[in-house]
Design a protein around this ligand. Sequence first.
Ligand code: SAM
Ligand code: SF4
Ligand code: SF4
Length: 378
Amino acid sequence: MGKTFAITDLRRGLAPAGVGAPASDLRPGQDRLDAMARPLRDLRISVTDRCNFRCSYCMPKEVFDSQHVFLPQSSLLSFEEITRLARVFAQAGVRKLRLTGGEPLLRKNLERLVEMLAALRTPAGGPLDLTLTSNGSLLARKAAVLKAAGLRRVTVSLDAIDDSVFRHMNDVDFAVEDVLAGIAAAIAAGFAPVKVNMVVKKGTNDDQIVPLARALHARFGNAVVLRFIEFMDVGSTNGWRLDDVLPSRDVLARLREIGPLTALPATVDGETARRWRFDANGQEIGLVSSVTEAFCGSCNRARLSTDGQLYLCLFASHGHDLRALVRGGADDAAIAASIDHLWAGRDDRYSALRTAATPFDAKAHGDERRVEMHYIGG
Ligand code: SAM
Ligand code: SF4
Ligand code: SF4
């Protein structure tokens, strides 16, 4: 198990968000390119740092126990603050918003935020691609109201089809059937195809790859697209070891036991998954090789934490305080100038460096205290 650091340590070291950044000469809608010529397209918004699961790869029980201090309500960005920032980000080129957490459906009245974000427009006048990632536990109750509020797509995390393996993975004894009911409700509400994410941890749930693919197809047909995610070294608490990673190429080899697959072309720039389709029944699957095949070269994602810190990389050790700007009375032009300034200086490519430095040595990258995933979202 790696050394653990309380998240509050990280939060103390927040950097200012480029207050007083020179006015940007970029027009709304004009591409903002970072130091590696990557545009800003995708904003992930964490709406809560709390979760009702304790997945060991994300919020291990030993660390996130009853003593753990979560953010107080006053620290959280309000729906108005989130919407205002999202509007400025849309002017800066963002086309996709993903609500995440923690477990986003734990945030009270989330459908109200969805409604507010669904009303935003790009500089060209189009809607944003508004999506949500959830553990599915509350989806059966919420799917229809989220759809009515304007949510476009849903991704559900599900790490096993065997009930005992799943209960072990979520570590709060949550039944797999209740997540499946959430997926069914999402499909019934009109969200098909629903993406289902399975984080694969070697020796823990890799025996679930083939059974999960088979079971989801048997139950939902092609209304579900299953994606396999390599277990990542995010944060500093999940005891990550390279030995626990099952490379995507091995996942693919196991899936070939079901039948032949054909590779599909990429659909959008910055797509993280390599897509495949089973020849026999058309079932689509995706492989997200965050560890073995880094995709930093096309990474167009920024992340906004629950308390309004902007992170330019999932593996960043500090954020930039946009909440201070918002609450300090900055106008939209000043916030936009800060975002432009920060994005222009972005040269993060953690995964690419880690891949190059295998076997992994966190210290080689300068700082092993990294932000936790539930705080900035996946
Ligand atoms: N609670 C929601 C959920 O689980 O879908 C949203 C937040 S969660 C942090 C977002 C995604 O990150 C989930 O699909 C989860 O499986 C993934 N994730 C968390 N820790 C991870 C890790 N160490 N490696 C790979 N994926 C991880
Ligand atoms: Fe919660 Fe999602 Fe993290 Fe699991 S992966 S502990 S469901 S935030
Ligand atoms: Fe993007 Fe950072 Fe992940 Fe690379 S490591 S793909 S830059 S978030």
